[in-house]
Design a protein around this ligand. Structure first.
Ligand code: NAD
Length: 253
């Protein structure tokens, strides 16, 4: 029970395939109490039963584009718990027409929207979490190695994830003095709803399975184990990292 007495916020569960759900299950199994958000009324019936299975008392809507919704989530956490120990930000978005084209051709609006939802929202969460992490804490986001290498069909999300990983390092530097640690989890490809928006994703899955040193794909539970450890006190001297959870795929040339 490495997260006993810890309180965490999980943003990004859409269904039981979501990386955020794999993490939430491991956080709960490790003893944490969780606040869980859903995107909107359409998503709520899919997310609420999962939140109930995790015994979550705080279940709220949160579209990071909707004025005041993120703030309302943190206000409720302050009211209910008076503190927060960890946050998982597991969200991303890019308009389909921009995501499916070359980076050269992406629109300014599409790029700005992808950056806002997939990257700047993490910075906003860090700002809101800071006053609640009185005894230190851990902020985690989810990235992909298309940030570092050109992965076919990842297109515009490559630079967006690169900005997210760089933000992890700067946030870690800003907040380390308060005992707040910041990480990016970098799973290999996983069949989720967000991934279905990426062109020829099945080929990426096959390639990762064949080329990874361990000849397998990591699962959302594998990601969850790492996320739970990083949120625990045992990881107190780790910050600013990109943690690859991909059966070693990222080391292959
Ligand atoms: P998913 O579809 O289950 O989760 C994506 C989540 O983003 C959804 O819950 C959705 O509601 C949320 N979201 C989108 N726009 C939002 C907004 N405006 N406000 C709040 N939430 C919003 O897919 P996933 O694969 O679990 O994605 C989670 C994260 O993992 C993403 O950052 C993704 O880029 C990253 N990732 C995915 C893979 C993969 O292969 N699936 C690999 C590496 C990294």
């Amino acid at each position: 029970m490495i997260l006993a007495n810890k309180k965490g916020l999980v943003v990004g569960i859409a269904n039981d395939n979501s990386i955020a759900y794999g993490c939430a299950r491991k956080f709960r199994e490790a003893g944490a109490d969780l606040a869980i958000t859903y995107l909107n009324a359409k998503a709520e019936p899919h997310v609420r039963p999962l939140a109930e299975s995790l015994d979550s008392k705080i279940v709220l809507p949160c579209d990071v584009r909707e004025e005041g919704q993120l703030e309302a989530v943190f206000a409720r956490i302050e009211q209910e718990w008076g503190k927060l120990d960890f946050v998982l930000h597991s969200i991303a978005f890019a308009p389909r027409e921009d995501l499916h084209g070359r980076l050269v051709d992406c629109s300014a609006q599409g790029f700005a929207l992808a950056m806002d939802i997939s990257c700047h929202s993490f910075i906003r969460m860090a700002r809101l979490a800071e006053p609640l992490m009185k005894d230190g804490g851990c902020l985690q986001t989810v990235t992909f190695f298309g940030s570092d290498r050109v992965v076919e069909h990842y297109n515009m999300m490559g630079p967006v994830k690169a900005a997210l990983e760089c933000s992890v390092r700067y946030l870690a530097a800003d907040l380390g003095v308060k005992g707040i640690r910041v990480h990016a989890l970098s799973p290999g490809p996983l069949k989720t709803r967000a991934a279905s928006g990426i062109g020829r994703f099945d080929e990426l899955l096959d390639r990762a399975r064949e080329r990874a040193p361990e000849r397998m794909l990591a699962t959302i539970e594998d990601v969850g184990h790492v996320a739970a450890f990083l949120a625990s006190d045992g990881a107190r001297s780790l910050t600013g990292n990109v943690e690859y959870i991909d059966a070693g795929y990222h080391i292959m040339g």
